[in-house]
Design a protein around this ligand. Structure first.
Ligand SMILES: Cc1cc2nc3c(=O)[nH]c(=O)nc-3n(C[C@H](O)[C@H](O)[C@H](O)COP(=O)(O)OP(=O)(O)OC[C@H]3O[C@@H](n4cnc5c(N)ncnc54)[C@H](O)[C@@H]3O)c2cc1C
Length: 417
């Protein structure tokens, strides 16, 4: 064997990092590894056939036809080849053998690792196994997690059609706004009294309800869905305790379920997600977890948490790379997320609890305001609505004690608080 051939053979035998996922967290992890000078092999195992893409536009700009699929990729397809990342699209990791340090890809195909990063994210919660609801699998009932899902829903967004959305969380409300923009008649059903009740509480939830009502969205609050049925005359009907609501199509938006199964089967500790420490290391040596799947210990908040947000997926992808590269970094940032619905844009930072005091700065009726959440006088979270370039400052205010009247008084310069 020639020297060059021997070198190539040994390069192929060398173990490096395998990332299972193909979402945002995975993409940022492999990117940060190469940017950080990691020279060993990197393999990215991705179930979906598309190059890793961003999901937030799937319920917003992509669904509204304002952004094409090609603009959703954080790194262009060519980058993976240029960076010598072995990107295996349309490939599902079927099991992990932690003793042999290899990932099984089905049949006899395996890939060995020195470090393994689990970034399998979440899937949409369905009826059946995930929730007690018949008919969730009928034609015309959609969920939204992937580009493929969003593409199918987009095809249904035809003016005058009736869409029933089951669930008033982020995805339900964002799709409601996108569907109204296309002239679709939208009814949102939720067991809660306002949208986003669990995520944000009643003050902001009421504001979002008013915004949607003003834009023609109808709500069924305090209403549980028992099932979905197909009716020869009406198309689909969504069954509630009081009546049947007809629909041309239905979006089931009742949350997401972490794809924990691989880790559970491999004997890795799993709680609400894969349990990892402040450097994203799991209970099994050389196995990390990142993004929506990771239940990670946050050093600033002093507890473990699983966060299903864009910013977290990016940052944890980079942090896992730092851990693999031997850098002394940890999960110390506060949760952050954003939404866009009709003419409302907002950013949230912090860690509110349901019973925190709510302090509003500005006029909610005007639509430009900041909400602070306080626990025993300390700011736990803040949200800027249609006010921009303040979120970094709000982040710096978390943990401070500022009296509620001082926060409320718009005569006080926010940047000086
Ligand atoms: C429609 C939508 C809108 C959103 N909007 C916002 C927003 O406005 N703001 C915000 O902060 N966040 C938003 N999010 C959340 C954000 O997109 C997620 O937090 C982020 O995508 C998580 O990234 P991830 O890489 O951890 O997981 P995912 O994006 O879920 O990616 C995981 C990938 O792993 C693949 N996979 C799973 N199992 C295997 C396996 N065994 N083998 C190989 N591959 C596997 C999956 O197919 C998937 O492609 C939104 C999410 C959705 C779905």
């Amino acid at each position: 064997m020639s020297e060059a051939a021997m070198k190539e053979a040994s390069a192929h035998d060398e173990l490096g990092t395998v990332v299972i996922g193909g979402g945002l967290a995975a993409a940022h992890c492999v990117h940060a590894l190469r940017e950080g000078g990691y020279a060993k092999p990197i393999t990215l195992i991705a179930s979906e056939k598309e190059v890793p893409y961003e999901r937030p536009p799937l319920s917003k700009e992509f669904l509204q036809g304002k952004k094409p699929a090609q603009e959703l990729e954080p790194f262009l397809a060519g980058w993976y080849a240029d960076a010598d990342v072995d990107l295996r699209l349309g490939t599902t990791a079927e099991s992990i053998d932690t003793a042999a340090k290899q990932v099984n890809l089905g049949g006899s195909a395996t890939v060995g690792y020195e470090s393994l990063v689990i970034a399998t994210g979440c899937r949409s919660r369905l009826g059946g196994r995930d929730a007690n609801m018949d008919g969730w699998d009928l034609p015309g009932v959609y969920t939204l997690r992937s580009l493929e899902d969003s593409t199918k829903i987009k095809e249904q967004l035809v003016s005058g059609k009736n869409l029933v959305i089951i669930g008033a969380g982020w995805i339900g409300m964002e799709v409601a706004a996108s569907a109204r923009a296309a002239g679709v008649e939208v009814t949102v059903i939720t067991p809660d009294k306002v949208p986003l009740a669990t995520a944000m509480g009643s003050e902001f939830g009421s504001h979002v309800a008013q915004l949607h009502l003003a834009n023609g969205v109808q709500f069924r609050f305090g209403t549980a869905v028992s099932g979905i049925a197909s009716d020869p005359q009406k198309g689909l009907v969504v069954r509630t305790a009081t009546d049947d609501i007809p629909a041309d199509f239905v979006l089931l938006a009742i949350g997401a379920v972490p794809n924990n199964e691989l880790a559970v089967a491999a004997g890795i500790d799993v709680g609400t997600g894969v349990v990892v420490d402040e450097r994203l290391r799991s209970s099994t040596p050389n196995v990390l977890a990142i993004g929506d799947i990771a239940e990670a210990y946050n050093t600033t908040l002093g507890r473990a948490m699983r966060v299903e947000h864009w910013d977290n997926a990016i940052r944890q992808g980079k942090l896992a790379a730092a851990t693999i590269l031997g850098r002394d970094e940890s999960y110390d940032w506060l949760p952050y997320f954003f939404t866009d619905q009709f003419d409302l844009g907002m950013e949230y930072v912090g860690d509110r609890a349901a019973d925190d005091e709510v302090v509003v700065r500005g006029d909610m009726a005007v639509g430009e305001f900041i909400i602070f959440w306080l626990r025993q006088g300390m700011i736990t979270a803040a949200m800027n609505v249609n006010i921009w370039d303040v979120n970094d400052h709000l982040r710096s205010m978390i943990g401070k004690h500022v009296p509620a009247p001082t926060l409320q008084d718009t005569g006080n310069d926010l940047m000086a608080l």
